[in-house]
Ligand binder design. Structure first.
Ligand SMILES: COc1ccc(C(=O)NC2CCC2)cc1-c1cc(C(C)=O)n2cccnc12
Length: 121
């Protein structure tokens, strides 16, 4: 019997929720939990055209917005790259983003993703 589209998404969403929890736990200071506001970061919305944060990624999972793990990883990388673009290398935000990006790359490297996909079949 063929699996319904909904089944596929349920497995994928369970996978993505798991990845989000692991990555989110690394952000102990909460710098990536919510959208950055211009109030805290002057000029942020003009410098960063595609903002991303963990709460937005969580909402996208619940709305079935991610077709696969690659799309989820792209949003994660966007979130880290935004922080390394807006903030200078000597800031706590730039350094936190770099560390987070390294964790994500290990967690979602090509082989791991292949393994995930096989487990979804
Ligand atoms: C949701 O975003 C945040 C939430 C809380 C904090 C925060 O607790 N900042 C205090 C630590 C020194 C002030 C910072 C941020 C924050 C993230 C960021 C990012 C991710 O660029 N940021 C940049 C400039 C100024 N503040 C921030």
């Amino acid at each position: 019997i063929t699996k319904s589209h909904q089944d596929d998404n349920t497995n994928l969403n369970a996978c993505l929720d798991h990845l989000l929890r692991i990555l989110s736990r690394k952000d102990k200071q909460g710098f990536f939990q919510y959208p950055v506001t211009d109030q805290f970061a002057p000029g942020y919305s003009t410098i960063i055209t595609r903002p991303m944060d963990f709460s937005t990624m969580k909402k996208k999972i619940s709305q079935d917005d991610y077709y696969n793990i690659i799309e989820f990883r792209a949003d994660f990388e966007l979130m880290c790259e935004n922080a390394m673009k807006y903030n200078r290398p000597d800031t706590i935000y730039w350094q936190a983003a770099k560390k987070l990006l390294a964790t994500g790359s290990k967690l979602m490297n090509k082989d791991k993703i292949l393994g995930f996909r096989r487990s979804l079949e």
